[in-house]
Ligand binder design. Sequence first.
Ligand code: A2P
Length: 309
Amino acid sequence: MTATITLSTGQQMPAVGLGTWKSAPGQVKQAVLAALDCDYRHIDCAAAYSNEPEVGQALSERLGEGKLWNTKHHPDDVEEACKKSLSDLRLSYLDLYLMHWPMAFERGDELMPRRPDGTVRYDNTHYRDTWAAMEKLIDQGLVKAIGLSNFNARQIDDILSIAKHKPVVNQVECHPYLVQTQLVSHCWRRGLAVTAYSPLGSPDRPWVTPGEAHLLDDPRVVGLAKCYNKTPAQVIIRWHIQRGVICIPKSVDSSRIKQNIEVFDFKLTEEDMRVIESFNRNERLIIPTIIIDGQKVWRDAKHPHFPFN
Ligand code: A2P
């Protein structure tokens, strides 16, 4: 197991990066500095996390990965959105720029444009047109590589059918409760690396149900951690990278940030790799949901680009 994954362009991508979704302004700068101090060279950021300016205070010329938000899919908006992230992050280029979701939201600066009933206002820009605009960012030297996030197999193939610059990564929700075997294999067959977001099962996701049992507290994970003399988080991170999946555990705590990259001095047995895979319950923790009549349902699930249909 190496500490980097080779992308289809030949570039090396660090297998463990720092996640910044949910890291509050006032905390994220310290988190990024702590990560850089313990040799992270992969920081996952996004305009939609509303903390890029503060991430930028910690970054200089490091490995940065950003994401284009859904309100900026229109081909006329892509370059400006990328330049805004670069300016917020204080970088002259990004190593990797992802399309955050396949579906476009109404153009503008409102991150989540909604109707009064809570449903999202979409824009009908197709992700293929957004992709063509993202390709120009490479030609302009603003980004070194481009990729996808939250795309399903069919949508990946759709992009590949028109791509001049191929997507190098698909970043999706992935953890032992959602192992994504088919999608991961599909990406690899097509030459895309896979990055797992919410790799620890995102215990701090905003819509978590109070009292809900978390992956990190799963007695089977805790038991394995004891056997290896590691923490539950380290065992899960090791499981991701040992199966060849890049992951971006989020933390704002310097000792946990350090702990999360100390995963290269042990190896899970093949059997324990399979045991962890067997925890799968195809459970999506991170999907855009709304509550209707007390039920959690996918928001606008009928949208043609909704990734999970
Ligand atoms: P904190 O930021 O206080 O460290 P994910 O990356 O799946 O979204 O999970 C992030 C959540 O997991 C955050 O609540 C984070 O808390 C917590 N976390 C990150 N690393 C560890 C760790 N090594 N041990 C326990 N909890 C962790």
